[in-house]
Design a protein around this ligand. Structure first.
Ligand code: SAM
Length: 206
């Protein structure tokens, strides 16, 4: 896999990468160690690492067949590390995932609704173990928020997800927050994003 133009890609990632980058640039310092969970096709790793040379970017995914594609996309970007295999449900995560130095941030885009619920507590346990004190867990995706009906397009998306896999589906922000708080990650901020998505920021206590 050498020609980036011919690689498979995610259309949503192309649409959302710039708006996510703008929020990350506000949340993160110029120099930061970032672990990306569920990097998928690698478009976010490529875009974010290229635009912020001070971010040491570590992509990962459970799907080992995707790792070469991520590396091809990030080839030549000095601050992008070779993609690692990581299943967030694994307990514990392999120590090699942070190589002895905790991360300033973990980023997870569009995974929680496209995987079984067990990925949520798994992600929280791993984040608590591999984030520095005060480090951020940053989630992006569509969520159900108490008292606010989701828009019809999100309901249709939820039905489509469940048709593909009955264990998938939109998650309630309150359920995600409960799992985060159980491991010492407090809700810091919720940022409305285009197309009825949210960025949800949790922080590990100091
Ligand atoms: C909808 S894709 C999103 C990919 C990418 N973040 C993006 O926004 O383009 C969901 C990703 O979650 C990954 N995933 C699913 N279960 C996982 C797990 N248990 N641990 C880590 N990644 C997982 C899949 O392999 C897939 O790459």
């Amino acid at each position: 896999m050498n020609n980036v133009e011919e690689l498979p890609f995610s259309a949503p990632a192309e649409r959302n990468k710039e708006s996510i980058l703008q929020v990350l640039q506000r949340l993160l310092p110029r120099e930061a160690r970032v672990l990306e969970i569920a990097s998928g096709w690698g478009q976010h790793a490529q875009h974010f690492a290229r635009r912020q040379a001070g971010w040491a970017w570590q992509p990962s995914d459970v799907d080992a067949s995707r790792l070469p594609m991520i590396d091809t996309r990030c080839a030549g970007i000095a601050n992008a590390r070779p993609a690692l295999h990581l299943d967030v449900v694994a307990t514990p995560w392999p120590a090699s995932i942070s190589d002895g130095a905790p991360y300033d941030a973990l980023l997870c885009v569009n995974m929680l609704h496209a995987s079984p619920w067990a990925t949520c507590p798994g992600l929280m346990r791993g984040a608590a173990a591999h984030l520095a004190r005060g480090g951020l867990l940053i989630l992006y995706g569509p969520y159900r928020v108490d008292g606010v009906p989701t828009v019809p397009s999100n309901e249709a998306f939820d039905a489509d997800l469940k048709a593909r896999d009955p264990t998938w589906g939109l998650r309630a922000l309150a359920d995600v927050q409960r799992e985060a708080e159980a491991v010492g990650l407090g809700l810091r901020e919720v940022v409305p994003m285009p197309a009825n998505n949210l960025i949800v920021v949790f922080a590990r206590s100091e």
